[in-house]
Design a protein around this ligand. Sequence first.
Ligand SMILES: Cc1cc2nc3c(=O)[nH]c(=O)nc-3n(C[C@H](O)[C@H](O)[C@H](O)COP(=O)(O)OP(=O)(O)OC[C@H]3O[C@@H](n4cnc5c(N)ncnc54)[C@H](O)[C@@H]3O)c2cc1C
Length: 206
Amino acid sequence: MSNRRVVIIGGGVIGLSAAEHLSRKGIRTVLLDKGSFAQEASWAGAGYVDLRDACRVGGAFMDLCRLSYDLYPEWTERLKKESGIDPEFLHSGGIGLAFQEGEEKAFREMEEKTAARGLKGEWFTGREARKWEPALSTEVKSAWFLPQTRQVRPPRLNRALLRVLQNRGVEFRENEEVQEILQEGGKASGVETSRGKIDADKVLLT
Ligand SMILES: Cc1cc2nc3c(=O)[nH]c(=O)nc-3n(C[C@H](O)[C@H](O)[C@H](O)COP(=O)(O)OP(=O)(O)OC[C@H]3O[C@@H](n4cnc5c(N)ncnc54)[C@H](O)[C@@H]3O)c2cc1C
């Protein structure tokens, strides 16, 4: 175990996964949240693991999203083994449903961006789509299938991460709000929280 200590502000999926990475490297980590862990956006997330928005933005954001996307299969498998909780990662593909012409137009515009980055989809009529999924509404006019789309179950992913971190002895501090990032010589040196001061070699704000 390294003597360095990292304080992570925020126990959503970003804070939890950063803590997972650091604790695997033997770095002492303190995870702080002003409420309970993984109850904000990381609880509400639908669980799409895909690159559509990344394609729209492009640049370094695209590179970062691609890296994250590529890590998912191995990472979720490791979490499943180590925690005994299955995050239900699935490479399912995803279907965009168009009920009106305007919606199909929006998907086709998005398709231009995804295709330019090598992500090719396929179009189906509503009738063809209902052959795959009979529960689809008869109002569906067309469907855009993107095979690269994957999914995960956010509440299960968060539970798996928390179990792994607990097993590794990461220090959890819930209901403790960070009020200030302390500095020394122009560098972050710790945090002031609703319960006092914590010294740190690095502070990660998530
Ligand atoms: C309805 C919905 C659907 C979504 N669907 C998808 C999807 O399908 N796919 C996808 O990739 N993304 C989706 N997202 C986005 C995704 O959920 C977020 O990008 C992700 O959860 C952000 O994680 P986070 O850890 O950065 O933030 P959060 O989960 O919000 O965690 C931040 C944490 O910081 C804590 N905090 C804040 N201030 C302080 C402080 N001063 N001191 C201590 N703690 C503090 C908060 O209490 C919170 O727990 C969706 C989001 C929403 C809302």
